[in-house]
Design a protein around this ligand. Structure first.
Ligand SMILES: [Zn+2]
Ligand SMILES: [Zn+2]
Length: 455
């Protein structure tokens, strides 16, 4: 918002001088830290508008006009400044570019050139020190603080805006920015209400000043709220989030997690039922021949991101569960030793080469005490996998939490040793944990052996 601060360019001879933003704030210098022009533009003017509203009555026609103009100027930012110029997510014909540059200027958020440069830095350096409005510095900072307080322009990450410098509409708007602001921000809303139905003052206060305030606050929410409230269906390494409330406030810019992953997509909301009037407008302009080359990421790419994020969440949940001691960390036991310990009263059961201590579980066994006891001290592989009752996946899972050792020469041990030797990798999740899918516990024998007491 507001014109870019020019102080960095004019201080070449004292280049080594420390920028005020890089010094600590104290009682003596706090006013030097404040960007007073921006304070006037984004706090002073709205306050003035609120005071005026106390004695300027609001007419219905003016109210409707203010809302319409709110959408025009808001779309100037979202469809124009943001999706067209900052991200090149579609192309626009000259008349549409002139329209968007004009109404976007009426939102009083700085020139396209300045706005898009900062926004590209925001995408490139999200959440870092080089992000001009990083939410990591606080919600209020990302909403207003970054404008109200002076920033060292050198801190903001470098971005390429050569394409914008080649667009004569962008260049013209940048050079004539103050004229655009006064014309589109105040004169036009006032003229329409004044010439239309004689409400000059209402047009100035409601469609002009207070409407500017609402559009500004709404778009500032993309920097603050959209990085703070909602879900992260595509990537959770950075702060951008998706939320319907943010979408409602920002003319559809609320699916911000998607947007940061697929910034050159002309859509923010990809589902038909999600609120994205900016997308609908661009689509309508296309039907009218005003916009073309609307960019979309393939559904395949979008789904890949979604699946990977789901997988990540799943891995995190999996890591919180008890899957039993990993086989390669269990002590190796001789068969005779196993039988000996079972004889001495320890409730040990060997299944598929893995020894389980079921002492505390015997009384809880759903199939009865006798059944489980008959496996103690024996190779119960066939008994567990075959017979009348094929143990459920849940039973195999539960059993794995009771593992205490592996039999030397037991089948899984052999597999494990071979795997190590041949560098065969088990399927592992993002944090290196072995993934055991349903039906894949080592105690599960794919082809049930005919019931026989092998040992
Ligand atoms: Zn963002
Ligand atoms: Zn963006």
């Amino acid at each position: 918002m507001s014109a870019p601060t020019a102080d960095a360019r004019t201080r070449a001879p004292e280049a080594k001088k420390v920028h005020i933003a890089d010094t600590a704030i104290n009682r003596q210098n706090w006013y030097k830290h404040v960007n007073w022009l921006n304070v006037f533009l984004i706090i002073g003017i709205p306050v003035y508008g609120c005071v005026q509203a106390l004695w300027v009555p609001l007419q219905l026609k003016t109210a409707i006009w203010a809302v319409i103009y709110y959408f025009f100027t808001g779309l100037g930012i979202t469809a124009g400044y943001h999706r067209l110029w900052a991200h090149c997510s579609y192309s626009a014909t000259l008349p549409l570019r002139i329209w968007l540059a004009a109404v976007g200027g009426g939102a009083v958020e700085g020139s396209i050139r300045w706005w898009a440069r900062d926004h590209r830095a925001h995408h490139r350096y999200t959440d870092t020190e080089k992000d001009p409005y990083s939410v990591r510095k606080g919600l209020l900072y990302s909403h207003l603080g970054w404008m109200v307080m002076k920033q060292n322009p050198k801190r903001i990450g470098r971005t390429d805006i050569s394409d914008l410098n080649e667009d004569p509409v962008v260049v013209w708007q940048h050079r004539n920015y103050l004229k655009v602001v006064f014309t589109m921000g105040l004169a036009v809303p006032m003229l329409v209400a004044g010439l239309g139905w004689g409400d000059w003052m209402g047009g100035f206060v409601y469609a002009g000043i207070l409407r500017i305030f609402f559009v500004q606050q709404a778009t500032f929410c993309v920097n603050s709220l959209a990085h703070w409230l909602g879900d992260q269906p595509f990537d959770d390494r950075n702060s951008p989030r998706d939320h319907v409330i943010t979408a409602l406030v920002t003319l559809g810019e609320g699916y911000h997690n998607f947007h940061h992953e697929f910034p050159s997509d002309y859509r923010n909301a990809i589902e038909w039922h999600q609120y994205d009037p900016t997308k609908w407008s661009i689509w309508a302009w296309k039907q009218l021949g005003l916009a073309y080359d609307l960019k979309k990421f393939r559904a395949n790419e979008i789904e890949k991101g979604r699946v990977q994020q789901l997988q990540k969440k799943l891995d995190r949940t999996r890591a919180t569960l008890d899957w039993g001691t990993p086989l390669d960390q269990l002590p190796v036991m001789e068969w005779d030793d196993y039988v000996e310990q079972a004889k001495n009263g320890r409730g040990l059961v060997a299944i598929a080469g893995v020894i389980h201590d079921v002492t505390d579980f015997i009384k809880d066994h759903p199939g009865g005490k006798a059944m489980i006891k008959s496996g103690v001290g024996k190779d119960a592989t066939a008994m567990f996998n075959g017979g009348v009752y094929y143990h459920s996946n849940a039973a195999h899972n539960l059993l794995s939490t009771m593992r205490v050792g592996v039999i030397r020469g037991g089948c899984e041990v052999e597999i494990w040793k071979r795997a190590q030797k041949e560098n065969v990798e088990y399927v592992r999740d993002g944090s290196g944990q072995r993934v055991v899918r349903a039906g894949e516990q080592p105690t599960k024998i794919p082809e049930p052996i005919p019931t026989a007491d092998a040992a």
